[in-house]
Design a protein around this ligand. Structure first.
Ligand SMILES: Nc1nc2c(ncn2[C@@H]2O[C@H](COP(=O)(O)OP(=O)(O)OP(=O)(O)O)[C@@H](O)[C@H]2O)c(=O)[nH]1
Ligand SMILES: [Mg+2]
Length: 259
């Protein structure tokens, strides 16, 4: 068993309730069923928080909530914009009336776990960052008379590099060659909403070819290597970074999946 996994089991053991945070732009792709199975096996209450709701229209959030609610109690909110965050307190109280409740906040890197912890605490107590993998250790915080929360490092799910980039868990700098994962990401984004992607980068015309897209972006931004060749790698990193930090206003819907 991996060391991180063993530590996580220890943390979950300390908790009465586990909050799994997922990204509203792609909840299915950013939930971790292995983690959910573990929580259930350990007989802990699980609540799913669909975070970053500010990046997705309400009717789509409702659709996702309906789907995830089949598996467990689900709420959606925006930690960054502080919208719907009182729902967390209500959800926790719904599942425990202990004098002091301990809650572990878990999920993939970059979904907003630490931002949620800070919202509950009401101050900037733990570090947050658009770069995935920021939180490296566990922090237990007393956020109110009756509530203790535990911030945790993101769990890296199973998957190849392309899949991990799509899930926003692998920073572009960690990739030796960012082009294949960027191509997989761009292909998916173009399929979902090519107009939005073209608009975001001010490109002159539509394309459904991710390589052509990267070339156009490199040209548009004047990304050149010595000798004048286009710096496609840098263009690839830009798209990955922008997706991970929420600058690309594209989201996925249940209808994009075979459910
Ligand atoms: N748009 C938007 N961005 C958010 C929201 N919540 C968090 N973020 C941003 O998402 C990025 C990651 O947030 P963190 O709270 O550091 O995420 P984390 O899950 O703790 O990440 P790791 O520590 O890497 O596991 C930061 O740039 C946050 O500002 C939200 O509700 N909406
Ligand atoms: Mg964190």
């Amino acid at each position: 068993m991996r060391k991180e996994w063993r530590i996580l089991i220890n943390i979950i053991n300390k908790a009465d309730i586990v909050l799994e945070v997922v990204d509203a732009r792609d909840p299915l792709n950013t939930r971790d069923k292995r983690l959910e199975k573990l929580v259930r096996k350990m007989n802990k209450k699980l609540i799913i928080i669909i975070n970053k709701a500010d990046l997705v229209p309400r009717d789509v959030l409702e659709q996702w909530k309906k789907i995830l609610s089949k598996d467990c109690y689900t709420i959606y909110l925006s930690a960054k914009k502080r919208l719907g965050t009182s729902l967390i307190w209500k959800a926790i109280r719904k599942f425990s009336d202990k004098d002091v409740v301990t809650v572990a906040v878990v999920g993939l890197p970059n979904v907003g776990k630490s931002t949620i912890i800070n919202i509950l605490k009401g101050s900037h107590s733990v570090g947050t960052s658009p770069i995935p993998g920021y939180t490296k250790s566990y922090t237990i915080l007393r956020v109110s008379k009756w509530l203790k929360v535990i911030d945790t490092p993101g769990v890296i799910p199973k998957g190849n590099r392309e899949e991990l980039v799509l899930k926003s868990v692998l920073r572009p700098e960690a990739l030796e060659d960012p082009i294949p994962p960027a191509v997989a990401l761009i292909e998916r984004l173009l399929k979902r909403n090519s107009r939005e992607l073209i608009k975001r980068y001010n490109l002159d015309e539509e394309t459904d070819d991710p390589y052509v897209f990267l070339e156009k972006l490199a040209r548009r931004r004047g990304l050149l290597l010595k000798g004048g060749k286009l710096n496609i790698e840098e263009a690839a990193r830009i798209v990955i970074r922008d997706w991970q930090s929420g600058l690309i206003k594209i989201y996925f819907m249940p209808s994009d999946y075979d459910l």
